[in-house]
Design a protein around this ligand. Structure first.
Ligand code: PXL
Length: 266
C-alpha cells in the first residue's frame, strides 16, 4: 500500500519578482515554509532588484485564465491568494472564475510596488470593488491601497477602522488593513463580520521590508489552506511576518527581502 504524504494545497495568482523577495517567488517560499504544497499562476513579469523596478510586462488575461483553469481542475487548492494582477481585465476574469474555486480567496490588492512603481492601472480599483472583492474571503490592503479604494486618507488607527468597516460592509469580505506604514506602532485592523479586531506588533527599524505584504498574505493563505479559522490565521501570520522582518537576511543594496525562513509557531 502506498503511504499517503498528503499536504494542503494553496494557489497564488500573482506577479514575478526575479529578486525573490516579493510576488510569486515569496508566496511559494512561504507556502513551503508552512508545509503547504504551492501552485503558482503568473500574471505579470517585473524586471526588478532591491534598488528599483525597471519594467512590468502584463500577461494577456486569457493566458492567465488558461493557467488557472488547468491547475484548479487537476490539483484543486484548499485556499487561493491573488497578488499583483496587472490589469482590470485580469481582475474581472478572476472574479468570473471565483464561483468555481470552492475555497477561501485572499485578495491582496497590490497596486504599487515597494519602490513606488505602479503594478496596475488606476482604473483597476473599480474592478476590484465591483467584481473581485464581493468574491473574496479576506482583502488585505496597506494604508495607501485602503486610501485609494475608499478615496479618503487612511493614516491613523481611527481612519483604518472606518476604512475597514466601509470596505467590508460593501463587499461582505473580511478586511485586514495593514499598519506597517503608520508612523508609530504597526497595528493591523481586521473587520470580520462587523466586528473590529486589532493586531499590534513592535516597530522594527529596518529598510529590509521588501515583499512584506506578499509574505504576510501568503502566510494567511497557507494557514487557511491548513484549515485554521480566519482570525487564528491572521494572528499566526502576523507573528510570522514580524519575525520575518526582525530576522531579515540583509540582502541587496537597497530595500532587501524579509526572512521567509522565519520560524512558524506550532
Ligand atoms: O509587494 C508588492 C509586489 C507584488 N508583486 C510583485 C512585486 C511587488 C513589489 O515589488 O514586485 C511582483
Amino acid at each position: 500500500v502506498e503511504e499517503s504524504h498528503h499536504r494542503p494545497v494553496a494557489l497564488t495568482i500573482a506577479g514575478s519578482d526575479p529578486s525573490g523577495g516579493a510576488g510569486i517567488q515569496a508566496d511559494l517560499k512561504v507556502f513551503h515554509q508552512f508545509g503547504v504544497y504551492g501552485e503558482a499562476v503568473i500574471t505579470l513579469l517585473t524586471v526588478q532588484n532591491t534598488v528599483s523596478v525597471s519594467r512590468v510586462e502584463v500577461m494577456d488575461a486569457r493566458l492567465v485564465e488558461e493557467q488557472i483553469r488547468a491547475v484548479i481542475a487537476d490539483i484543486p487548492p484548499a485556499a487561493i491568494k491573488t497578488g499583483a494582477l496587472g490589469s482590470a481585465a485580469i481582475v474581472r476574469m478572476i472574479a468570473d472564475l471565483a464561483p468555481q474555486f470552492g475555497c477561501p480567496l485572499v485578495v491582496d490588492p497590490v497596486m504599487i510596488s515597494t519602490h513606488g512603481a505602479p503594478l496596475i492601472a488606476k482604473e483597476a480599483g473599480a474592478a476590484y470593488i465591483e467584481a473581485l472583492f464581493p468574491r473574496a474571503t479576506l482583502i488585505t490592503p496597506n494604508l495607501a491601497e485602503a486610501g485609494a479604494l475608499t478615496r479618503f486618507t487612511v493614516d491613523s488607527i481611527a481612519a483604518m477602522r472606518e476604512a475597514a468597516r466601509r470596505l467590508s460592509g460593501r463587499s461582505g469580505a473580511a478586511v485586514l488593513i495593514k499598519g506597517g506604514h503608520l508612523l508609530e506602532e504597526p497595528i493591523d485592523v481586521l473587520c470580520d463580520r462587523g466586528e473590529l479586531l486589532e493586531f499590534p506588533s513592535p516597530r522594527i527599524a529596518t529598510a529590509h521590508t521588501h515583499g512584506t505584504g506578499c509574505t504576510y498574505s501568503a502566510a494567511i493563505t497557507a494557514l487557511l489552506a491548513s484549515g485554521l479559522p480566519l482570525r487564528e490565521a491572521v494572528l499566526r501570520a502576523k507573528q510570522y511576518i514580524t519575525e520575518a522582518i526582525r530576522t531579515n537576511p540583509g540582502l541587496g543594496t537597497r530595500n532587501g527581502p524579509v526572512n521567509h525562513f522565519a520560524c512558524v509557531a506550532e
